[in-house]
Design a protein around this ligand. Structure first.
Ligand SMILES: C[S@@+](CC[C@H](N)C(=O)[O-])C[C@H]1O[C@@H](n2cnc3c(N)ncnc32)[C@H](O)[C@@H]1O
Length: 298
């Protein structure tokens, strides 16, 4: 934020000390922890489960791997990864919020998973040694933290050589607010958002601590990491794959798929279409992969 003094961040329209924002974020999630999954199910009619399944498939944890589900909340991803890594692997569930972890513990135990360490930790200052994990997942996390750069820095620090980070956030370019599940104007200024939420009889407290995160913002966060990292925009890749396989359902989309292959004009059309696609559909999903060949450990 341009005029925010050092050590301060925005919480809604207030400038608050960073530590204060973390406490307030904690309070928001503490108040919803017990109802979090039910609330998610009811508000998204179960779609978040499909989305998480998708995340699990994309991140593709393998037997023997060490996985960190960062800000993993009630542990949906951790539970699935635990199965994938098998007896020789390890999945750690970390979250800043004790109440979320408590729910995570109960849910994991219900599913018969008792060997996932639960660590109360701030993603901006992780209590793990360098190069500890093969895979780090952050699903719907970046928009809730105070310092996104610090989270990126810390994740890279604890990532092993050859490891990968999966990051997904809701798409704040849509005419839809994914937390409140209501129609919304993209990147709506918070003072208007607060007013609108009250009008719709919703509590604006969650809005206060959100950082609107877009595909461009995520790409910006991972820009300039150095040659040893490859940043994959999963949304773009999915689009290109559909084009290559000509697997679009509608005739219009198939036409676009052909147009983007037109020499000269194709790349311009691709940019425009991708932009449109990001506004209308999801779009904030990245994978950062470390290439061990380019930076072998000493
Ligand atoms: C929307 S929930 C997502 C939970 C989980 N990743 C999922 O996909 O269900 C956001 C989570 O981020 C956690 N969180 C927010 N700020 C954090 C921080 N600075 N460090 C660690 N966890 C944080 C919250 O406690 C909450 O559990």
């Amino acid at each position: 934020m341009p005029n925010t003094p050092p050590g301060f961040t925005h919480f809604g329209y207030e400038e608050v000390p960073l530590a204060d924002k973390q406490k307030r974020v904690g309070a928001v999630f503490a108040s919803v922890a017990r109802r979090y999954d039910l609330m998610n199910d009811l508000m998204s009619l179960g779609i978040h489960r499909v989305w998480k399944r998708f995340a699990i498939d994309l991140a593709a944890a393998r037997p023997g791997e060490y996985v960190l589900d960062l800000a993993g909340g009630t542990g949906d991803l951790a539970r699935e990864f635990r199965r994938a890594v098998g007896a020789t692997g390890l999945v750690t569930l970390a979250d800043i919020n004790a109440a979320m972890l408590e729910q995570g513990h109960l849910r994991l135990a219900d599913a018969g998973v008792v060997d996932v360490p639960l660590v109360q930790a701030n993603a901006e200052k992780l209590p793990f040694a360098d190069a500890s994990f093969d895979l780090i997942t952050m699903n719907q996390v970046m928009e809730h933290v105070s310092e996104q750069d610090a989270v990126v820095r810390e994740s890279l620090r604890v990532l092993k050589h050859g490891g990968a980070i999966y990051v997904a956030t809701p798409n704040y370019l849509r005419f839809y607010e994914p937390h409140y599940k209501i129609r919304w104007f993209p990147l709506l200024p918070k003072f208007l958002g607060r007013w609108y939420l009250r009008l719709r009889d919703r509590d604006p407290v969650l809005l206060e601590q959100l950082t609107y995160t877009t595909n461009a913002r995520l790409r910006g966060l991972f820009r300039g990491l150095g040659e040893e990292y490859v940043v994959i925009d999963l949304h773009r890749e999915a689009f290109l794959k559909k084009c290559a396989q000509r697997s679009f359902a509608s005739r219009r989309a198939r036409l676009i798929g052909r147009l983007i292959r037109v020499p000269g004009l194709g790349p311009l059309i691709l940019r425009a279409v991708l932009h449109f696609w990001r506004i209308t559909e999801g779009g904030c999903e990245m994978m950062v992969v470390h290439h061990p060949e380019t930076a072998a450990p000493c």
